[in-house]
Every structure is written in structure tokens, then in C-alpha cells.
Design a protein around this ligand. Structure first.
Ligand code: ATP
Length: 398
């Protein structure tokens, strides 16, 4: 078993609140990734769980037992560090077997377990080498092996791939995924790399300034970001975020900004408000021909191409739209050149709206998503709704 519960966990360093009242329930067998920019409190949170630092407030429970003040060695959690922290003078076999020898496990049993773990991590032929005779990726696997051999309740990993080159990272990511499937253990994993988070996590906890900003599956966090912060962190390039205004005009609800017009639904049922309009770069397309932007027309952004970047399979273009810079990407070649005027569009259900002041997501339901019967009654009742809050995230209390 390896359920980890964090209850209002807080860590202050003088005036700095590194972790600010984080509550999380990590289920047994989950691969939970703590994601966020540098300084958001990821490592501090992991160290609080490991017991390497003491909290200023809150509790940590492991399988229902309060371990907030238990020493690290009593927690039955194994930590894998970015630096691997291997013993340089010991062979791979002795590095992996170290935790068992420290626990006075009989020699034959240590040997058997080391061979088992080495086979799992494909380290068998390297057991007699010393860490300096290994590649970065092999050292990293030895560090993981040393954690696995303890058969802990959960693994705590702090940026374990960040010292590897891009290719090795990708290979090791795949190996981690398989390892997690094989062992079925709980993993709490820190990274600032969104690709790692999206590809490995069963759930992602996004942190901002010590607080839990959003908790959800990779799909939920990417497709329905709870705030401008999350929307602007995920994606490459991240979501385009434009200051705009929701207004009612001529019986239609619209999102308007300089050179931007998005017709949402028929009605006069929405109070005008300042918003941030979000559209992911991969959801923008060149308009084949400029259609009308009037009732029911396609969302339309007019701009001028500033630069085009070759990404290999795709191209990414930057366009000046009103006073903002908008990115979009698509299969190469886009057939665009700097200075060229363009009109861009997107599907309505790829429109994200956030409150301009709070930065929180505004939930709305596009007309096209509604059952036909609903749409036919659109003349008589609101065809869609715009309201605060979404259902796919939890936010820590502030
Ligand atoms: N020992 C310390 N004393 C004072 N402040 C600290 C200490 N450790 C961390 N902090 C501060 O707490 C905040 C969170 O730090 P933390 O290392 O947890 O961030 P992080 O998200 O892991 O960042 P990174 O990705 O750069 O490692 C930062 O503002 C940091 O400066």
C-alpha cells in the first residue's frame, strides 16, 4: 500500500511561503507529478513528504498513519535525487544492495534481490562497475534500482531525468512508465518539464507560488486549464492569451478584441465583462477564404505574419494581431512569409475564456455541443451559459 495524504501542508522560510496550505490525496499506485515553474515549491513539497525538512503547518499521512514528524528512515519512502547520490567507491551491485545491507539482510538474500532488480533495469552486465565507469543514464538506473530494492510504500523522485540528454530522457521516460506499470507503486514525481508530466502522470498537480493551482489528469489539465497561469504554462508554444471583452451585439454574444471577433451564441443574456481569450496554437488555422464574421460566422483573427519557424514536421508562425502576438502551428509548409496579412480561425469549442481579473476559467458551452433539440429551442432560452468555475479541477483553499 502507498496512499499519501497531504493536509494543509505549509512551509515558511522567514517571509517566503515556499508551500502554502497544500492538500492532496495521492491514491495507492498513482503516478502523481508535481509540476510548475522554478521556485513554485515542488522540491520543498517533496522534501516535506520525505521528512528531510519539517513543515510549519499541516500534516502528512501514509496509509492513514500520521508521519508528519517521523524521521525519514522510518517513513518507508524511497527518494531518487536529480544528482543520483551514488557511492563512488562502491560497485553497481553494492550501490543497489546498500539499503538491504544497512538493514542487515542476509547476504544470499541481498545477492538474489540485487540480481532481480538489475535484471528489471537491464543493469546485469554492469554489476561490477563503479559509478564513474557508467553513462548518465546507467547511473540514473542504478539510483532507481537502489530505491526499488527497498520495496518502499512509495517513490519520491526529484527531477530524476534532468541530467540526461534529450534522447536518453525520452528512452528513460518510456522505461519509467513500464516500470510503474510492472511495480504498480505510488510515485510522487517533481519536474518542471511539461512533456515529462503529460506523458508520465496519472494526475498532475500544478503549483504556483506554493499553492495548488490545478489537480487533474494530463488531459484535463491540458484541455481545460483552470486558470491563465496553467494555460500559459502548458503547450509548446503555450496557449495564446489575448485581452478581450464579451459583449452582446445585435442579438449575439461575442468575444471582441482588436482584429478579433468570435461569435459565441445567439442571445442578449450575458453581462459584458473583461476576459482573456485563449486559443492553443495547434487549434488555429488559416482561413481558406474570409467568410462573414456575422451571425454564426467562423471565429476570426486578422493579423500580419512576423516570423515563421521550421519545427521539422511542422512550422510555427508568429502573427501580430491587434496589439498582441499570436502563435499558430501546422503541417509544413504553411506557405507564409513575414509581412503577409493573414486571417486565422478555429473551431468554437477550442475557445477558452478566463476572467480578466481573477485569471480563473469561465465555463461556457458552445451551441454546437448541445443536443439538436436544445439548439432548436435556442430562440426561447439561453443557448449557452458563461459562468465562473469548472468541474474538472480542485483548487486548494486560499
Ligand atoms: N532553505 C531555504 N531557505 C530559504 N528559502 C528557501 C529554502 N528552500 C527553498 N526556498 C524558497 O522556497 C521557494 C520554493 O523553492 P523550491 O526549491 O521548493 O522550488 P522548486 O519549484 O523546486 O524550484 P526548482 O524547479 O528551481 O528546483 C523558493 O522561493 C525558494 O527560494
Amino acid at each position: 500500500m502507498g496512499r499519501i495524504e497531504l493536509d494543509g501542508l505549509t512551509k515558511r522560510y522567514g517571509d517566503v511561503v515556499a508551500v502554502d496550505g497544500v492538500s492532496l490525496d495521492i491514491a495507492d499506485g498513482e503516478f502523481l507529478v508535481l509540476l510548475g515553474p522554478s521556485g513554485c515549491g515542488k522540491s520543498t513539497l517533496l522534501r516535506l513528504v520525505a521528512g528531510l525538512i519539517t513543515p510549519s503547518g499541516g500534516r502528512v499521512l501514509l496509509d492513514g498513519r500520521d508521519i508528519t514528524h517521523a524521521p525519514p528512515a522510518r517513513r518507508d519512502l524511497a527518494m531518487v535525487f536529480q544528482s543520483y547520490a551514488l557511492y563512488p567507491h562502491l560497485t553497481v551491485a553494492r550501490n543497489i544492495g546498500f539499503p538491504l545491507r544497512a538493514a542487515r539482510t542476509p547476504r544470499a538474500e541481498v545477492r538474489r534481490r540485487v540480481e532481480e532488480v538489475a535484471a528489471l533495469l537491464e543493469l546485469g552486465p554492469l554489476l561490477d562497475r563503479r559509478p564513474r565507469e557508467l553513462s548518465g543514464g546507467q547511473r540514473q538506473r542504478v539510483a532507481v534500482g537502489r530505491a526499488i530494492i527497498r520495496d518502499p510504500r512509495a517513490f519520491l523522485m526529484d527531477e530524476p531525468l534532468s541530467n540526461l540528454d534529450a534522447k536518453l530522457r525520452q528512452a528513460t521516460r518510456a522505461q519509467f512508465r513500464m516500470l510503474h506499470e510492472t511495480l504498480g507503486s505510488t510515485v510522487l514525481y517533481v519536474t518542471h518539464d511539461q512533456v515529462e508530466a503529460l506523458s508520465l502522470a496519472t494526475r498532475i498537480a500544478m503549483l504556483d507560488d506554493g499553492r495548488l493551482e490545478q489537480l487533474g489528469t494530463p488531459t484535463e489539465v491540458y484541455d481545460t486549464p483552470a486558470s491563465v497561469f496553467v494555460a500559459g504554462f502548458l503547450g509548446s508554444p503555450p496557449m495564446n492569451l489575448l485581452p478581450a471583452r464579451v459583449e452582446c451585439h445585435d442579438g449575439r454574444v461575442r468575444v471582441l478584441a482588436d482584429d478579433v471577433e468570435v461569435d459565441l451564441w445567439p442571445g442578449e443574456d450575458v453581462e459584458a465583462r473583461d476576459v482573456i481569450l485563449g486559443i492553443r496554437p495547434e487549434h488555429l488555422h488559416l482561413m481558406a477564404a474570409e467568410g462573414p464574421a456575422g451571425p454564426g460566422g467562423m471565429p476570426r483573427l486578422r493579423g500580419v505574419v512576423r516570423a515563421v519557424e521550421n519545427l521539422g514536421a511542422e512550422e510555427s508562425a508568429q502573427c501580430a494581431v491587434g496589439g498582441a502576438l499570436v502563435h499558430f502551428r501546422g503541417a509544413r509548409p504553411l506557405g507564409l512569409a513575414a509581412g503577409q496579412p493573414v486571417a486565422l480561425t478555429t473551431a468554437r469549442d477550442h475557445i477558452h475564456l478566463f476572467d480578466r481579473h481573477s485569471g480563473r476559467r469561465l465555463a461556457w458551452r458552445p451551441l454546437a455541443d448541445r443536443p439538436l433539440a436544445d439548439r432548436q429551442s435556442a430562440d426561447h432560452e439561453p443557448a449557452a451559459a458563461l459562468h465562473d468555475g469548472v468541474t474538472t479541477h480542485q483548487r486548494s483553499s486560499t
